[in-house]
Design a protein around this ligand. Structure first.
Ligand code: PLP
Length: 362
């Protein structure tokens, strides 16, 4: 077959069932005589795909009727700008919790908006982002228009294990690397957004789940393509949407629904991550820098005690049916991204390799 275990942080593995079905439907989707890539986004057949994708996501995540689901472009990175453009319209103040590079990038993007007050409500930068701040370490700005967090820190391998209390400010969460990995209480958030290429679909699609009362006039000068209310009003068809990505997302949502939903995903993901963390905890050869309570289920960061050995690990793992185990350039070491589509067998394969590498080099 030639498929290997791809531990990439994103774009990352997609479920084999989905790839096969997409291949089968490549030349002729549902009797339309064409691929989804080729069809008009105004056609009935595509509107059905869009509608079905939205409905299954709603049901799988249990999204309340008081929320809209938007299919957007520009990646999670454009959300770093769209959130302030749409929400900084009250007091003009916002709180950001800094837990890694992506939350810092979101904060920096908000700073680009002139005349606003963008505050750091908490940060673990001094500890190299190896943990998530506790609620009692957060300083909220009274009357803030929102508070922003990154729910799972893809680069540093940490995850918020609790939903922070943001007071009267809506909580905005970047869930790019954890959406659909486990159940979420959507009602606790004002906005949830995620780039699709980690756990959902190919790159080019961003999902935003927005409480409807937040769909209001954005800051003056905001482009239409960044205006949540306008995009929601057009049902994500303001302009040509990323039709192929939405179709793959629909197949992924169907698969999750058929496999028992997000509770089943969580169980699988907890089991999968435990195989790796249990091994890391049993050896002194490898170091797992993240505090145990805040470990991510999706991105497992580790290293040896020697940068040269790390490089050797990465290069030898590539010869053993695995790829993309190199840590992010800002962290070094290794990172295994084990999203929904990574089979348990892939994690076991990695652990066997790690044991052998330790035996030879330890
Ligand atoms: C990958 C990632 C991003 C950046 O996503 P793009 O789609 O490349 O803009 C932002 N936040 C998190 C948490 C990510 O994992």
């Amino acid at each position: 077959m030639g498929r290997i275990y791809n531990f990439s942080a994103g774009p990352s593995m997609l479920p084999e069932e989905v790839l096969r079905q997409a291949a089968e439907e490549m030349m002729d989707y549902g009797g339309s005589g064409m691929s989804v890539m080729e069809m008009s986004h105004r056609s009935k057949v595509f509107e059905d795909i869009l509608e079905r994708a939205r409905n299954i996501l709603r049901s799988v995540m249990g999204i309340p009727d008081s929320y809209d689901v938007l299919f957007l472009q520009g990646g999670a990175t454009l959300q770093f700008a769209m959130v302030p453009a749409n929400l900084l319209t009250g007091s003009g103040k916002a709180d950001y919790v800094l837990t890694g590079n992506f939350s810092v990038n979101a904060y920096k993007e908000a700073l680009l908006f002139g005349g606003k007050e963008i505050n750091v409500a908490g940060s673990t930068k001094d500890e190299n982002f190896t943990r998530i701040p506790r609620q009692d370490e957060l300083t909220l700005t009274p009357g803030a228009d929102y508070m922003h967090i990154c729910a799972n820190n893809t680069v540093f391998g940490t995850k918020w294990q609790y939903i922070p209390d943001s007071g009267s400010a809506p909580l905005v969460a970047d869930m790019s690397s954890c959406l659909l990995s486990e159940p979420v209480d959507v009602s606790k958030y004002g906005i949830i957004y995620a780039g699709a290429q980690k756990n959902v679909a190919p790159a080019g699609l961003t999902i935003a789940i927005i409480r409807k009362d937040l769909l209001a006039d954005p800051l003056p000068g905001t482009p239409s393509m960044m205006n949540y209310a306008k995009l929601a009003g057009k049902g994500s068809l303001y302009n040509t949407p990323p039709a192929w990505q939405i179709y793959i997302a629909m197949l992924v949502f169907e698969l999750i629904e058929n496999k028992g939903g997000l509770e089943a995903m969580r169980e699988r993901n907890v089991h999968k991550a435990k195989i790796l963390y249990d091994y890391l905890d049993s050896t002194d050869f490898y170091v797992a820098p993240v505090v145990r309570e805040d470990r991510s289920l999706m991105n497992v960061v580790f290293r040896t005690r020697d940068a040269e050995l790390d490089a050797k690990f990465v290069s030898e793992s590539a010869g053993a049916g695995m790829t993309n185990l190199k840590g992010h350039r800002s962290v070094g070491g290794m990172r295994a991204s084990i999203y929904n589509a990574m089979p348990t067998a892939g994690v076991k394969h990695l652990v066997e390799f790690m044991k052998e590498f330790e035996r030879v080099n330890g």
